[in-house]
Design a protein around this ligand. Sequence first.
Ligand code: HMG
Ligand code: MG
Length: 296
Amino acid sequence: NLPEKAVIIEVGPRDGLQNEQNFVDTEVKKLFIQKLAAAGIQEMEITSFVSPKWVPQMRDAEEVALAVPEGIRSYVLAPNRRGIDRALETPSKAIAVFVGVTNTFNEKNINKTTEEGMNELRPLLSDLKEKNYFIRACISTAFYCPYEGKVAETDTLSLCHEFAKAGVDELSVADTIGMAVPTEAFSLFSKIKNELPDLLITAHFHDTRKTALANIVAAMQAGVDRFDASAGGLGGCPFAPGATGNVATEDVVYLLERMGVKTGIHLDRLTRAIDVIAPKISRPIETGYYRLSRQS
Ligand code: HMG
Ligand code: MG
């Protein structure tokens, strides 16, 4: 019982680059975004309006956000009022906010506990709804926390419900440090789909232990048809030690298309988008599909 089609939300320009030590030129980021859109990506996180002291790579967010491609949904991330005020000045009509399930992770990532983070966001989300923004809520440490270990499903579900009450349109539920396995992915996503049938539910897997593709299949069996992925498998949260890249977009597209699940993404054009970013980052791109495509 697989879906006929799935949506891939490209997070490379945001999650993919935020942890990169070398500052990637703004023009290169814009070209990367344009090439990703040209490959058929329909939804994309393009940048984040966070503190440039915390995440220097995102210091050009204003300029990058001006480059939103036509006809696709472009998300910008914002952690607080200042971030949302900055985002409101850009053409983007979709804002992603983020809070993790665990307090320790949130203290390291946003300098607030889970409750403080939610208390700050609630009124801001209600303003955004009135302004007709699409709101995506990213839920970190939904399975495991780098500081607190295994996270109880009930804690993750309760944060999902809080965001639902706050009026968000989408939940992107994350395995921040890539520790989940398919049994856990199936169990949690079945419950989320069942308890929150009116929300868009997206799975965000990091591939630290190479379980991400298997988790995607398990999440699909639980009814999920939206997946975050990063071209070239770039990515990781600077405040989650051990977090490596997101599952690679090209590997997800290959897997889904071969299983008959349509993504609308053109693999060859996707590798050309990766060609733009590959020489600008500090580590080689070693994802299966990309490496093979560049050997021939
Ligand atoms: P803070 O230091 O507690 O903030 O940081 P503050 O409110 O005390 O302000 C301190 C200074 O920062 C002030 O400037 C503010 O104006 C400025 P100063 O007076 O010192 O010159 N400031 C800002 N500047 C620009 N944009 C802003 C902003 N806010 C305050 N939005 C803060 C709190 C939330 C700002 C900080 O902790 C932060 O930026 N955190 C972001 C961390 C981040 O980007 N993490 C990665 C994204 S989440 C992720 O990757 C996980 C995800 O992929 C899912 C998964 O895999 O788990 C989504
Ligand atoms: Mg992430």
